[in-house]
Design a protein around this ligand. Structure first.
Ligand code: OGA
Ligand code: NI
Length: 348
């Protein structure tokens, strides 16, 4: 089965958000306004420290300590930042620069990449584009699909992204492998999680400045569907994670990556690792960018709790399904939180 594609509001339907903001609007259009009880300001947002893990020691005699730190963060937060991850600064800088160059192009140039038909390896769109999306999200994006990483992978991508994107994907993928390897070790079945990696998507998120940042989200509350997300962000800030029943603002750390557990890792671990619910708020004055790499299984991969983990004390919590089925369910709905995603997989 092919990976289902998101429905995309093409620039001819609603226009890109950037082109709208560039007209100098003083108020956000109604289509972006959330009901009062769903706004970024509806509940307090706390500043609390989120785990920061130095990956340097993964390759040395203190590996075990780092493996434990990663494991604990995945059990308690599903969310952490990593430093000393081994990705050259030059690779990150080049990608950020290419990101800005892509979005700053004329609309006609970007519009060449809007979705047409299924299985396009690149999609330019706006908002989230779920089938029943009720309220638009304050975001434009460019999605790059990556199966095999080879010279042909980037051929259909916008020229300004090709080099930077390929290098970025291959480097960031290594971080995902390192983290999944650590978690496999904790589970006690070496390499089992890395083996689930099937393909990646790199998304260039572009959040223009917003005249009413209290009324709308760049991305509203959701969990990521795959195994693991590794995200680079600039220093504007706006990412928030839900932890112990409250929203916590993630303080950007220069050159760090934010890592979050996706729903598939929660299912495979039978709930030991927690996928993280998160959201992004726009800035009133600055454009913010972020570049997540989503590592996911192949569409036809069977997902179920790892049988070796199941016993009398740890009964099976999730059913079996293919990853493609899960994605189809996700793309049919608005972003509406983590439980809404995982309802698909839960044994009731
Ligand atoms: C995402 C996401 C957060 C951000 O793209 O899934 O959660 O800070 N992005 O851009
Ligand atoms: Ni996300």
């Amino acid at each position: 089965m092919a990976i289902p594609q998101p429905k995309v509001f093409s620039p001819t339907e609603v226009g890109s958000l950037k082109s709208l903001v560039d007209t100098g609007i003083k108020e956000i259009p109604d289509a972006y306004v959330r009901p009062e009880n769903e706004r970024p300001t509806a509940t307090p947002v706390y500043t609390e420290s989120i785990p920061v893990i130095d990956l340097h020691d993964l390759d040395g005699p203190n590996r075990q300590d780092t493996v434990s730190a990663i494991t604990k963060s995945c059990e308690e937060w599903g969310f952490f930042q990593v430093v000393n991850h081994g990705i050259p600064e030059r690779v990150m800088e080049k990608m950020v620069e290419a990101h800005h160059r892509f979005f700053e192009q004329p609309e006609e140039e970007k519009a060449k990449y809007k979705a047409e038909g299924p299985q396009k390896p690149v999609i330019y769109g706006t908002s989230f584009t779920a089938k029943d999306e009720r309220i638009l999200e304050w975001r434009d994006f460019l999605l790059l699909m990556i199966g095999e990483l080879n010279a042909q992978t980037a051929e259909c991508w916008p020229p300004v992204i090709q080099d930077a994107g390929l290098e970025y994907a291959s480097e960031v993928r290594k971080v995902a492998v390192k983290v999944l390897a650590a978690l496999s070790e904790s589970i006690g079945i070496p390499t089992i999680l890395e083996k689930m990696m099937g393909y990646e998507r790199v998304v260039l998120n572009y959040y223009p400045p917003c005249p009413n940042p209290d009324m709308t989200f760049g991305l509203s509350s959701h969990s990521d569907v795959g195994l693991l997300t590794v995200l680079l962000q600039d220093d504007v800030g706006g990412l928030q994670v839900f932890h112990n029943d409250r929203w916590v603002a993630v303080q950007p750390i220069r050159n760090a990556f934010v890592i979050n557990v996706g729903d598939m890792l929660q299912v495979l671990s039978n709930g030991r690792f927690q996928s993280a619910e998160h959201r992004a708020v726009p800035s009133s004055s600055q454009t913010r960018i972020s570049i997540p790499l989503f590592s996911a299984p192949k569409s036809d991969t069977l997902i179920e709790p790892i049988p070796e983990l199941i016993n009398e004390d740890n009964p099976v919590k999730y059913k079996s399904f293919t990853f493609g089925e899960y994605v189809a369910y996700f793309l049919n709905r608005s972003h509406s939180g983590k439980d809404d995603n995982l309802a698909f997989a839960k044994i009731s």
